[in-house]
Design a protein around this ligand. Structure first.
Ligand SMILES: CC1=C(CCC(=O)O)c2cc3nc(cc4[nH]c(cc5[nH]c(cc1n2)c(C)c5CCC(=O)O)c(CCC(=O)O)c4C)C(CCC(=O)O)=C3C
Ligand SMILES: [Fe+2]
Length: 364
C-alpha cells in the first residue's frame, strides 16, 4: 500500500472527553447523561470516582499523547496530514473542532473513534455527534468537511497484539505458584441488554465482537506460554436505572465467583477500552482490585493499547486502507480472529438509537 491519503486532507481523532478539574465534574456528568434517565444517586457516586482522582480524568491527557504519537507516526511514514481532535462530552468539543476544520479549508477527513466495537454508545452515538458537529458549521452540513468514520478495529492486529503482550506481562506479575492456574477476565463496559441486542448490522455485535477477541487473545497467550487459561467476558461500569437489565456478570461478582470456585488467581484484561481512563483506573484498579484483595485472590490488570506503536500504526493503516477504498482500489484489510474485517459504512439499522431517530453521518 502506498502512502497516498487522497481523498483525505485531514485526520480527526474523536473521543469521549473527561473533566480536568473539580469544577468540571458536574457539568461533564450533565453533558454525558442529558436525557438518559440516569438516577441521581448513580451520578453522585460516579462524581466521587472523579473527585478521588482530584476531579481530573486521565482521558484527555491520554488523547493528547495519542495525538502526538499519531503525528509522529504519520510524519515518519512521510504523510503530511493535519490531525485534529474533538470530543463528545468535553472541551475540545467536536462542534468547535469541525468548525475549525471548515475554517482551515479541510474538505474531507477520516475519523478515528477511540472506541473499537459496535453499539449505540460506541458507534452510532459518535456518528450522531459527527452529524451535529457538521450541521453546526456555518452553512450547515453542505459547507462542512465530509467526515468518514474509519471502520471498527477491535480485530485489527494493531489492537489485538498489544492486548496479548499486556496479558502476558500481567500473568508475569502474578506469584509463580498461582500463575498457571490463573483465569483471564476480559472486561468491557456494560451496556443495556436492549442496546447490546441491537448492536451491529445483525444484532448482538457488541458481545460477539468482544467474545471473538477474548478467544483470540487467549489462543495467542497459549501459543506463547503453552497454557490454555480459562477465560470469560465480564463487565464494569454498569449504570442506568436498576430495573433495566444491563450486560452481566459484573467484574466484582465474577471475582467472587472465581474465588468461590477455588480459582487461584486472575488477570483482568480491559479489551473494551483503548486507554487507562477512569473506567480502568477506578472501576478496575480501585474497585475490582479492592474486591480481589478482600477475597485474597491474587490479581493483576493488563495494560490497554494506549500509545503502543502498533496501535498508533493501526490508525495509519486504517486511514490508508480507507483512502484506497475511496479511490476505488482493491485493498487487503488486516483482521485477526474468527470475524472478518468490518464494513466501512454502517448499515441503515445498525446500532439503533434507543430513544430517537437522529441523523448520523458515515452510514450507508
Ligand atoms: C460502551 C461504552 C463505552 C466504551 C466505548 C467508548 O469509549 O465510547 C464507554 C466509555 C466511557 N464512558 C465514560 C464515562 C461515562 N459513561 C457514562 C455512562 C454510560 N456509558 C455507557 C457506555 C459506554 N461508555 C452507557 C450506555 C452509559 C449510560 C448513559 C448513556 O446511555 O450514555 C457516564 C455517566 C455516569 C454513569 O452512569 O456511569 C460516564 C461519566 C468514559 C470517560 C472516562 C473518563 O472520564 O476517563 C468513557 C471512555
Ligand atoms: Fe460510559
Amino acid at each position: 500500500m502506498t502512502a497516498d491519503v487522497s481523498p483525505y486532507d485531514a485526520l480527526l481523532l474523536v473521543s469521549f472527553g473527561g473533566p480536568e478539574k473539580p469544577e468540571d465534574v458536574v457539568p461533564f456528568l450533565e453533558n454525558v447523561t442529558r436525557g438518559r434517565g440516569i438516577p441521581r444517586e448513580r451520578l453522585e457516586e460516579v462524581g466521587e470516582h472523579y473527585f478521588l482522582f482530584g476531579g481530573r480524568s486521565p482521558i484527555n491527557d491520554q488523547n493528547r499523547e495519542f495525538l502526538a504519537a499519531l503525528r509522529e507516526d504519520l510524519a515518519g511514514a512521510g504523510i503530511d496530514l493535519p490531525v485534529y481532535w474533538g470530543n463528545r462530552n468535553w472541551d475540545p468539543y467536536l462542534t468547535d473542532t469541525v468548525r475549525q476544520m471548515a475554517a482551515d479549508g479541510v474538505r474531507r477527513a477520516a475519523c478515528f473513534v477511540t472506541s473499537a466495537y459496535s453499539s449505540y454508545s460506541s458507534c452510532r452515538q459518535y456518528r450522531e455527534n459527527l452529524f451535529a458537529a457538521a450541521d453546526a458549521v456555518d452553512g450547515g452540513v453542505e459547507n462542512a468537511p465530509v467526515l468518514d468514520k474509519l471502520r471498527h478495529y477491535f480485530n485489527h492486529p494493531g489492537f489485538v497484539e498489544p492486548a496479548v503482550d499486556a496479558t502476558l506481562a500481567a500473568l508475569a506479575e502474578l506469584p509463580d505458584d498461582v500463575r498457571d492456574g490463573a483465569h483471564l477476565a476480559f472486561v468491557t463496559h456494560s451496556i443495556p441488554i436492549s442496546m447490546a441486542e441491537g448492536s451491529g448490522p445483525e444484532g448482538d455485535g457488541y458481545v460477539t465482537q468482544h467474545e471473538s477477541i477474548a478467544r483470540e487473545v487467549t489462543e495467542r497467550v497459549r501459543q506463547e506460554t503453552g497454557r490454555r487459561h480459562r477465560q470469560a467476558l465480564v463487565y464494569c461500569s454498569r449504570s442506568g436505572a436498576p430495573h433495566i437489565p444491563w450486560l452481566e456478570p459484573d467484574v466484582n461478582d465474577h471475582l467472587e465467583q472465581l474465588h468461590a470456585d477455588g480459582v487461584p488467581a486472575v488477570v483482568m484484561v480491559p479489551i473494551g477500552f483503548v486507554s487507562d481512563h477512569m473506567e480502568v483506573v477506578y472501576d478496575l484498579d480501585t474497585e475490582a482490585m479492592a474486591t480481589a484483595e478482600k477475597l485474597g485472590l491474587p490479581a493483576a490488570r493488563a495494560a490497554t493499547a494506549g500509545v503502543d506503536p502498533r496501535f498508533v500504526a493501526a490508525v495509519r493503516d486504517l486511514l490508508l486502507e480507507r483512502a484506497a477504498v475511496e479511490r476505488g482500489e482493491d485493498v487487503a484489510r488486516a483482521a485477526v480472529g474468527d470475524l472478518p474485517a468490518c464494513w466501512d459504512r454502517c448499515a441503515v439499522g445498525c446500532c439503533p438509537n434507543p430513544r430517537a431517530d437522529r441523523p448520523a453521518l458515515a452510514g450507508a
